[in-house]
Design a protein around this ligand. Structure first.
Ligand code: ATP
Length: 306
């Protein structure tokens, strides 16, 4: 009998790992499309994204009902604008992204896209509208072309290549032994962190979602790769509503709004210049970064005494 349960255990483990990490949520949802905890409301309509406004309205959430993680979180990202979420490790940054994707139902408040409560629309329509560039992409054991094309069923080779070009990965792919037919993943060619992230970006470009969640890598990429990726990300964020879980201050300077999260509360908000002027935590992080240029400063940089 234990034989019978083993694959299920494994699946559960993989599922939990991915849920924890915001690693590659979209892929996961397509692999395991049943989820006991979250159900569509009876007769739920599909989400209709018209402009792409994302709104958190007094959101309260805890993974465990006895331990609230997000306390009364409210923000609005107007259509096409960029919100950066910064704060120390464990502040709840990824949790915001997970609740937007409706991995979990919130306990208070509402999350709205173009005025529609995400708990009242079908999960499939919600997830089709949100693209995620995870910090650590899990590649399928298949060709690099397949891994990009996965972003949209029925994409043509020309569309896949256009997406790869826009993500600055086309030239690299053309130099591989079998070009787009080169197998990658655990059993194929291993790609570097930066290459995998570009594959994720190309996949997302192909999906062309109105709402984008970028989970910035904590691990250091070399500074040239980092700059190239930031350029590409800036481009794809331009016309879409974007939430960035940011670990580097350099990414957030241009954001339309920055929220500084600490222990699940928004403690500061504004644009970069406002926050520097306000001379609070964000300003302290910024000052620190000025002296420690290439360091990913977010987590160790500050924590408030409580
Ligand atoms: P980091 O910058 O380190 O990724 P974060 O700001 O994204 O951190 P979250 O991952 O959102 O932080 O975690 C916020 C809090 O929620 C933490 O206290 C964490 O321990 C808790 N938490 C995260 N995932 C779960 C889970 N699946 N079950 C229970 N608690 C969790």
């Amino acid at each position: 009998l234990s034989q019978l349960f083993r694959p299920l255990d494994l699946l559960g483990m993989v599922y939990r790992t991915i849920r924890q990490g915001l690693i590659d949520m979209e892929a996961m949802y397509n692999l395991i499309d049943t989820q006991a905890e979250i159900a569509d409301a009876p007769g739920a309509p599909a989400l209709k994204v018209t402009a792409g406004e994302v709104r958190f309205d007094h959101v309260r959430f805890g993974y465990d009902p006895d331990r609230e993680i997000l306390h009364d979180v409210s923000f609005t990202v107007p259509p096409g604008r960029t919100l950066a979420i910064v704060g120390p490790s464990g502040a709840g940054k990824s949790t915001i992204a997970r609740t937007l994707f409706r991995f979990y139902d919130i306990q208070g408040g509402r999350i709205l896209i173009d005025g529609q409560d995400i708990a009242q629309v079908t999960q499939s329509s919600l997830r089709a509208s949100i693209g995620i560039v995870p910090q650590d992409m899990v590649l399928f054991n298949d060709t690099v072309g397949y891994n990009i094309g996965y972003g949209r069923a029925g994409a043509t080779q020309a569309e896949i290549e256009a997406a790869a070009r826009a993500a600055s990965i086309h030239d690299f792919i053309m130099r591989l032994p079998q070009g787009y037919d080169t197998r990658v993943g655990e059993r194929g060619l291993k790609l570097s962190g930066g290459e995998k992230q570009r594959v994720a970006i190309a996949r997302t470009l192909l999906k062309d979602p109105p709402v984008l969640v970028l989970d910035e890598a904590t691990s250091a990429l070399d500074s040239r790769t980092e700059m190239e990726i930031q350029d590409v990300l800036r481009n794809i964020a331009r016309k879409r509503t974007t939430l960035i879980v940011a670990h580097r201050l350099s990414t957030v300077v241009d954001a339309d709004e920055i929220i500084v999260l600490d222990q699940g509360r928004i403690i500061e908000r504004g644009r970069h210049a406002d926050l520097v002027r306000a001379d609070g935590l964000y300003a302290a992080m910024w000052a620190r970064q000025a002296t420690e240029r290439d360091e990913p400063v977010m987590e160790p940089a500050y924590s408030t005494p409580h």
